[in-house]
Design a protein around this ligand. Structure first.
Ligand code: NAI
Length: 792
């Protein structure tokens, strides 16, 4: 036999990982209860959930679906553990996190095998990616625990956190959730996915073994109902969820108005863009890591391959050849590339989608036959799927990507953004301009250039649009588990001012004026797209102050909000301007406000606002400070892996809805509008309806200060109803309000549609200190993390 023949016929021999330690561990128990207050409760066979090995279908363990009493006990244990955990101080907590990291490292082999048996992922992945990253997460966050007072002065933990995680990276998702929560001084009740609870239970054993104080981490098992009961539990202060967009939406609705802070890491349909200049082999190998990694059961999988035409034919040929060489089979075999799909249900979901795709005319190229007995899916790719077809739009969550060609970079970006999701994007090009231009334009929380699926504990990860909100990892991830003392303790801004009367003005009568007020026949208009416009239908309401009716204002409605949102969308140029250009406009506003002190004082006097002079002075200062900050808060460089530059850029949300409070009307409105537009947002602002006169002054101020039309839009009327219209609107990217809890519930529920974040920083005194202002300004930003190769 020639060497050539030997090399071409050479096949891998089996190289199974030794699973005896894990099998022994599994055999030692009949079933698992909950891990509450540092100990396991008894397993209850009547509430058993069978856990199977997806590669064989064999039942390997039984866990107990937690009941309401167990959830109560878990939350109570976490609540009791809070003061002691916080009293340990930064270094004390850091020691425990270091101990957890080391204990995970010591058991890397055991945990990798357990993860593979429970989830079906290849041992190469659990051993080389999942478990090392788990250890890295605890090390990194041990550092945050120690550095807390230095890096987050004045902030405090949120309280008891409910964390619900999926089955695709069971222990890694636990680490992403638990490490920052504990580092910040919170305690946790975590629910792993019902399909893959075992590494979480092994982790509970590790916690007990290293002596983590009882109640600091509690683990409850169960399915969706358990998760739903946990997130809605009244003892919970913060909910962190990773999973499907559908369940994320349900959680948003279920927790609306409960005063819980919420982060959602949801699904994706991430583009994998290959430009003509790409290194072809590297890009094809990227697909292996992008969509075939973990059987495609990855929220940020590169599931839509977009390839530039000149390269497309060669790319597809090379991809097909690479696909043919993939080894699908026993996940415990060290030479297996693709393991089993997590469950029969998930496999049939994938196959169901592929059948729909076939019926819609798509051609599915899959690798050869797969082993029998387990839930295996042949990896592949799809051609001929129309842009709006099922396979192009629905998250398959299996090892199948669509392949589409494009001609120009603009077309690539258009296709990339043609999805409701915005989790990740992978861009392949050897010319830097093309790559960076696309990176700037794709709507994604994470962008990898000439790479894919790179993760690190220091790199903020999370989505835009319907991929959720909030970030995990790095400083941004820590912020999700911290709060400013006193924030949100301001109950109800509107109530102290009493109900708003929106009845129309009495018929104009000559001589009928408020004290020092202009004539009644001046109806304040709305300010939309840089123009003063009447409300749709021409309705108006009377403006009333201590001296009686002093004017009338347009009563804006649904249509006016729609027009304002459209105007704001059109003003997109504002978002791509340099920060210093925006700074100049804001500075100009401050200067012009200085010239308008008298007019503003008159407007404030009309509504009987106390301390008007001081408020005007503070508002001018505030605009000046915000102008100064407009080019200073651009993001940061993260210390992740060697040979990578990982930058977290602060991007604007896009169009923000602002519902302004009654308290300190000028200062609050100027702060909210200023902070939002300084970061590049365009705003639809709903002033307190009593302050329409003041809002009209602000509109003039914008006009005379070169604020481009559409960047600031002001719509007066029933502010709660208008805010709800904004919350429901799909073209509004974030909503910021100061309203009462009742309003919060309505807005949070309404915002579940496009999953826009609803930000409520209840502010007691708008003459806030600079640190509090910085936190407010951060409300106008979302983070895009970009990974670029850097250094040899
Ligand atoms: P899922 O979103 O239902 O499950 C994720 C976690 O949420 C599990 O722990 C589950 O028990 C829990 N859960 C379910 N309903 C809940 C509720 N109403 N309240 C609170 N917690 C709840 O995901 P599932 O059904 O396992 O997978 C379905 C599809 O979701 C997949 O095909 C995939 O497209 C997507 N998915 C996305 C993930 C991601 O990381 N983005 C992860 C898992 C699934």
């Amino acid at each position: 036999m020639s060497i050539r023949e030997i090399l071409t016929t050479l096949d891998y021999g089996p190289a199974p990982e030794d699973a005896s330690a894990v099998r022994g561990w599994l055999a030692a128990r009949d079933g698992w209860g909950q891990f509450i207050d540092g100990a396991f409760t008894a397993h209850d066979p009547a509430r058993a959930i069978a856990v199977e090995n997806p590669a064989t279908g064999e039942v390997i363990a039984a866990v107990t679906a937690a009941d309401a009493a167990e959830l109560d006990r878990a939350v109570a244990a976490a609540t009791r553990a809070l003061p002691g955990w916080q009293a340990l101080g930064p270094t004390g907590r850091a020691r425990f996190l270091y101990a957890l990291a080391r204990a995970v490292q010591k058991r890397e082999r055991f945990l990798s095998v357990l993860e593979t048996i429970d989830n079906g992922k290849p041992i190469r992945e659990s051993r080389d990616i999942d478990i090392p990253l788990v250890a890295r997460h605890f090390y990194h966050h041990a550092g945050w625990a120690a550095a807390l007072p230095a890096m987050f002065p004045g902030m405090e933990p949120v309280g008891v956190c409910a964390q619900v995680i999926p089955w695709n990276f069971p222990l890694l998702m636990l680490a992403w959730k638990v490490a920052p929560a504990l580092a910040a001084g919170n305690t946790v009740v975590l629910k792993p996915a019902e399909q893959t609870p075992l590494t979480a239970l092994a982790f509970a054993e590790i916690c007990a073994e290293i002596g983590l104080p009882a109640g600091v981490l509690n683990i409850v098992t169960g399915a969706g109902e358990t998760g739903a009961a946990l997130v809605s539990h009244p003892g919970i202060a913060k909910v962190a969820f990773t999973g499907s967009t559908e369940v994320g939406r349900a959680i948003r609705r279920a927790t609306a108005g409960q005063g819980k802070s919420l982060t959602l890491e949801l699904g994706g349909k991430s583009p994998f863009i290959v430009f003509a200049s790409a290194d072809l082999d590297a890009a094809v190998e990227g697909v292996v890591d992008g969509i075939w990694f973990n059987g495609g059961q990855v929220c940020c999988a590169g599931s839509r391959l977009l390839v530039q035409e000149p390269l497309a034919e060669r790319f597809q040929a090379r991809l097909a050849a690479r696909l043919a060489g993939l080894r699908v089979g026993d996940p415990l075999d060290k030479s297996t590339d693709i393991g089993a799909i997590v469950s029969a249900e998930q496999l049939s979901r994938i196959n169901g989608l592929l059948n729909i795709g076939r019926a819609e005319g798509a051609v599915i190229h899959q690798s050869g036959p797969v082993p029998e007995g387990g839930h295996f899916c042949a990896p592949g790719f799809v051609t001929g799927a129309a842009t709006a077809s099922t396979l192009q739009t629905v998250e398959i969550f299996g090892p199948i990507a669509t392949l589409t060609t494009f001609r120009t970079p603009d077309e690539a970006v258009e296709l990339a953004n043609n999805t409701a999701y915005g989790l990740a994007a992978s861009i392949w090009a050897q010319d830097i301009d093309t790559a960076m231009d696309a990176a700037a334009k794709v709507k994604a929380g994470v962008v990898w250039i000439n790479g894919t699926n790179l993760f690190d504990a220091a790199a903020p990860f999370g989505g835009m649009r319907e991929s959720g909100f909030g970030r995990e990892g790095g400083a941004e991830g820590m912020l999700a588990y911290l709060r400013r003392p006193g924030a949100d303790d301001v109950a109800d801004d509107g109530a102290e001012a009493g109900p708003v009367d929106l009845s129309p003005a009495p018929a104009p009568a000559s001589g009928m004026r408020g004290n020092d007020a202009p004539a009644l026949d001046r109806t304040i208009k709305l300010f939309i797209g840089g123009r003063q416009v009447r409300a749709d239908g021409g309705a108006s309401y009377a403006l009333r102050g201590p001296q009686g009716v002093f004017g009338a204002a347009a009563l804006g409605g649904r249509k006016d909000i729609r027009n304002a949102v459209e105007a704001a969308r059109k003003a997109a140029g504002w978002s791509s301007q340099a920060g210093h250009n925006r700074a100049q406009v804001l500075w100009f506003m401050a200067e012009n406000m200085d010239q308008r002190r008298e007019t503003l004082a008159r407007a404030l006097a009309l509504t009987g606002t106390p301390d008007a002079e001081a408020e005007i002075a503070a508002s001018i200062d505030r605009l000046g400070l915000i102008a100064g900050l407009a080019d200073k808060l651009a993001g940061r460089v993260q210390s992740t892996r060697a040979r990578h530059l990982t930058v977290s850029l602060a991007e604007p949300w896009g169009v923000m809805g602002l519902a302004c409070p009654h308290r300190q009307p000028l200062l609050s409105m100027v702060t909210m509008i200023g902070a939002a537009i300084a970061m590049g947002n365009r705003v639809v602002c709903i002033p307190d309806p009593r302050q329409a006169w003041l809002a009209a002054d602000l509109a003039q101020l914008c006009d005379s200060s070169d604020v481009p039309g559409g960047v600031v839009n002001l719509v007066t009327g029933d502010s709660a109803a208008l805010a709800e219209v904004l919350a429901l609107h799909d073209d509004v990217d974030a909503l910021w309000h100061q309203g009462a809890p009742g309003l919060t519930a309505r807005l949070e529920a309404a915002a579940a549609g496009n999953l826009k974040p609803v930000i409520r920083h209840a502010v007691a005194d708008w003459a806030m200190d600079p640190a509090a202002l910085l936190a407010l300004i951060a409300a106008g930003q979302q983070v895009k993390t970009i990974w670029v190769p850097y250094g040899a």
